[in-house]
Design a protein around this ligand. Structure first.
Ligand code: ADP
Ligand code: MG
Length: 246
């Protein structure tokens, strides 16, 4: 039986394996679109991991969330899946619009992590032909990314903060497109702050509409993360801790 193909790629002793994080709940027990469920199934994801089980209902309700969960516990799907569902439910975009809005913005600390998020997104988007994802992570000339963004139709943008600011300042129409953001994700918030991205993140928050949902995922919650929470999260956000201490 072909189950959890992505997990079996990992060696048995790998600390990153997610099967030790699996819950008893299944994705098809949630109100998820049929297209997303098919994508999840093809990826080998049937049961939710603990962090997915805990956060999904809250995020689907539209609440801001601060989630603490270990590396390898399945945080990527925890934020991508409800973000995709939000796009599914959002009204169609007029075709005559010159710069189509970015609806979901994911900030990651490194190029590698951003690329991993994008590849997870492409799995979940397999049966959503009208939804696209794009990465802007630097490492190539900005003009090349600008060209990609003109060619590719996307509603999800996965970015490293530095390069995103670069586009905000230098890419025509980009600031307007960011005015569409409904969901902002800070992935690996502790590492984003360790790497000195606090100022950039604050700039990015002020470039998206005030009315948006923020999802903050972090393996640890040091003071720096609490401080960015004060800026990024609404007062009525939910804190979800899936780490058993002690
Ligand atoms: P984190 O961001 O918490 O470090 P990831 O999102 O990178 O974790 O997921 C870790 C691994 O678990 C990935 O290989 C991913 O494909 C796998 N995974 C995620 N969700 C599930 C699931 N529901 N069932 C099985 N495997 C999963
Ligand atoms: Mg991650």
């Amino acid at each position: 039986i072909l189950k959890k193909a992505s997990v079996t790629q990992l060696p048995p002793s790998s600390p990153g394996r997610s099967d030790s994080y699996l819950s008893e709940s299944r994705f098809d027990q949630c109100s998820i679109s049929a297209k997303s469920l098919k994508g999840l199934k093809d990826a080998g994801y049937e049961k939710m991991t603990m962090v997915q089980e805990a956060t999904l209902p809250v995020i689907l309700k539209g609440k801001d969330v601060l989630a603490k969960a270990k590396t390898g516990s399945g945080k990527t799907v925890a934020f991508l899946l409800p973000a995709i569902e939000a796009i599914v439910k959002s009204p169609p975009i007029a075709h005559d619009q010159k710069h189509s809005p970015i609806l979901v913005l994911v900030l990651c600390p490194t190029r590698e992590l951003a690329s991993q998020v994008a590849s997870e997104a492409s799995k979940l988007l397999k049966y959503h032909p009208s939804i696209g994802a794009q990465v802007v992570i630097g490492g190539i000339k900005i003009a090349q990314e600008q060209k990609q963004m003109r060619k590719n139709s996307f509603q999800i943008l996965v970015a490293t903060p530095g390069r995103l600011i670069d586009h905000l300042q230098n890419s025509a129409g980009f600031a307007t497109r960011l005015k569409g953001v409904q969901v902002l994700v800070l992935d690996e918030a502790d590492r984003l702050l360790d790497m000195g991205f606090r100022k950039d993140i604050e700039k990015i928050i002020s470039a998206v509409p005030i009315q948006h949902q923020t999802l903050l995922f972090s393996a640890t919650i040091p003071d720096e993360v609490h401080k960015i929470c004060d800026v990024a999260l609404k007062r009525d956000h939910e804190y979800i801790n899936t780490v058993q201490e002690g």
